[in-house]
Design a protein around this ligand. Structure first.
Ligand SMILES: C[S@@+](CC[C@H](N)C(=O)[O-])C[C@H]1O[C@@H](n2cnc3c(N)ncnc32)[C@H](O)[C@@H]1O
Length: 212
């Protein structure tokens, strides 16, 4: 997005708040690939989706430094609503836990460290909203694992589904991540069990609705 337009938008939507701004700054200072962090605009959108859907249980695949998890938890309305978030990189654990514990949502967030594909079957829960944002090569696998755990009428939001425009222009050689996203987009497009729309925000967000 044009920088000027982004600044305009950010000055006309809710502020992200001091804690998230600090988390974003520390992500940029101390971690590789800080661009993975959802950031102000997408973070406010995730919170708004939670407000609109009013889920009881939320699942996130790919915590990274915890920015999107905190935005999702912030949107929860149900008094006993909770978020489960899974991150494979155990080196991130202390950083994530410190930020979760400093937030007002610590009680509502369950952090799982490990491979989402191994952890998912052991969760034994049903979710009303899933935010899919882990390894792009594995999106189809996540989808198959998560689908039976999604309540009828529930939503999956999949991030990065336009993959920096590479879905239509992958250059000379198709890399594994672009291939994963292309397969996922085709898989969702033909799945009659769901309704779907792609929003060209940031890196592309696919909103998937499981028909009751
Ligand atoms: C794009 S980042 C997530 C960004 C975060 N959701 C946010 O918006 O701030 C993707 C994360 O997924 C994690 N990841 C990759 N493969 C995974 C897997 N199989 N299970 C759990 N996490 C995984 C990576 O280590 C990385 O931290």
């Amino acid at each position: 997005m044009q920088e000027e337009l982004e600044e305009y938008i950010l000055s006309h939507i809710d502020a992200e708040g001091d804690a998230l701004a600090r988390l974003n700054r520390e992500t940029h200072l101390f971690h590789l690939r800080p661009r993975m962090c959802s950031g102000h605009l997408q973070g406010r959108l995730l919170k708004m989706f939670v407000r609109m859907i009013n889920p009881h249980n939320i699942l996130e695949l790919g915590t990274f430094t915890g920015y999107s998890a905190l935005c999702l938890a912030e949107g929860l309305i149900a008094p006993d609503g909770e978020l489960h978030t899974i991150e494979i990189d155990d080196e991130l654990e202390d950083f994530i836990r410190n930020h979760f514990e400093a937030s007002p949502f610590a009680e509502r967030i369950n952090l799982h460290i490990g491979d989402a594909r191994e952890i998912l079957p052991s969760l034994g829960k049903t979710f009303d909203l899933v935010f899919m944002d882990a390894n792009k090569r594995e999106y189809c696998e996540y989808y198959d694992l998560v689908f039976p755990m999604l309540s009828p009428g529930g939503f999956i939001i999949a991030d990065n589904t336009l993959w920096d425009g590479k879905v239509v222009d992958w250059g000379k050689k198709l890399d594994a991540q672009t291939e994963g996203i292309l397969k996922f987009n085709d898989y969702i497009a033909q799945d009659k069990r769901v309704e779907k729309v792609i929003i060209p925000l940031r890196d592309g967000l696919t909103i998937i609705y499981k028909k009751p």
